[in-house]
Structures are given as structure tokens and as C-alpha cells.
Design a binder for this molecule. Sequence first.
Ligand code: MG
Length: 267
Amino acid sequence: MQQLLLLATAVSFCLFTGCATTRVNSTATMNFASNNVIAHRGAFKKNGFPENSIASLREAIRLGCAGSEFDVRMTADEILVVNHDPHHGGMDIESSTYAQLRSHLLSNGEELPTLETYLKAGIQANKATRLVLEIKPSPAGMERGQLLAQRVWEQVKKSKAARWVEYISFDFAILTKLRALDAKVITHYLNGDKSPADLKTAGIQGLDYNYKVYQQNPQWIADAKAMGLLLNVWTVNESTQLKWCISQGFDFITTNEPEYLLQLKDR
Ligand code: MG
């Protein structure tokens, strides 16, 4: 009986310590901020940084935002770059080489960031801020969009940044491609034309819609919560709208005013 008791105690101890170790290993040192602030294209506005620059990413991390959003496209020579618009310095990104594009600097002197450089900066000394990676639909069509999804996923893996990254896209097929590549990725859909039930069925974890979509479909907020989906909203900058989003209990609010929203959350 005493031996059995000792064995049970040892098993309990191992299970307990085993769980603790697993928890530490699985989340490794990640400790995401508990606020709901996603800096849209980084925290660029207040300090006059270029949107989607490494400076704006670092500022979002310095502020302790729960996430920093950025946009990814692919050049003609299949280099992944971080830029919102389909053009940079008057050049079309998809039909220009990276060598051509990098010759035009951002307004703060940075080169057009590659995804590799951006991820490297994003995981450096950062345990609190998610990297919210938007894959832009390709103007060349769905096939290139699928290639883009594949290349982005490969780069995130190569950069060992998967624990920081959540994916967003207006292109539903890009998100389903990511899910097919890796069942562990976290994806959020941006386009506002699918119900929470549609997303749940497709294995998409979150809806990230314009705030007007939620105001037109208020039931989607309750439905998303009931289904355990992540609830995100973009791009909310005005005080009244920000307060409305806070009152609705969104998990994340994407904003050009992260400093203001952080301050609202502190009150
Ligand atoms: Mg974006």
C-alpha cells in the first residue's frame, strides 16, 4: 500500500513537472501583451515613421502593443517585401526586381524591407507583440496568390518566427492554402463577406472585418464569441468608434492610433 502511494506520488509529481515543462517549451518565452491593440502598419503615425517600416514595427513593440500589422507582396524575382501598395517609388512591385525596388529608400532612409529582414527585427527582443502578417492578394491572380502564401509560410518557418505570426488576408484561398500547409497556423479573414459559421467550417480562426461590417451585422459579434472565434476589427481611429469597439469586447482593434488606444485601455 505504501509502495502504491509512493508510486502515485511520483507519477503525480512527474505529470505535474512534465506539464510545467511542456507549457514552457510550447509557448517558449512568449508572453503576449494582454491589451487588444494592433498597430496598423506598425506604430507609424505619431512619430512620422514610414508605414510598414522597421522603425514603425520597433515602435509598436516598444509600446507593448498586442500586435503589429504589416503587408507582404512578392517582387518579379520572388523576393518577399513589406509594402502596402502594389507599387513602390513609382515601380510596380510584382514586375520589378528587388534590386530595382531597393534603390528607392523609404522616407526615413530605410531600404524597402524584405520579409526576412522584417521578421528578424520582429522577433528580436520581443515577447509581447504578435506579428500580424497580411498577405496581399496578387494582382496577377489566384495562382500567384497561392505561390505567395507558400513562399511566405516557408520564410516564416525559415526565420523561426511562427510563434509570433498570425496571418490575415482578403483572399480566402490564401488562408485556406496556409491551413492546408500547416494546421497550426492562426488565420483571420479580412473581407467581411463570410459569416462566423462559414469561417468556423473552413477552419479559419478569426474574423477581422471593417467596423461597419459589424454595425451592419451586429449578431456576428455574439456568434463569433459563441463559436470561440477571434474577433478583430479594422481600421478604427476615431475616439467614438474606438470606445464602441471596446464596449463590444473585441479581442483585437487595429488602429493607426495605438498610443491613444493603449491610453484608453489604461483608464
Ligand atoms: Mg494591411
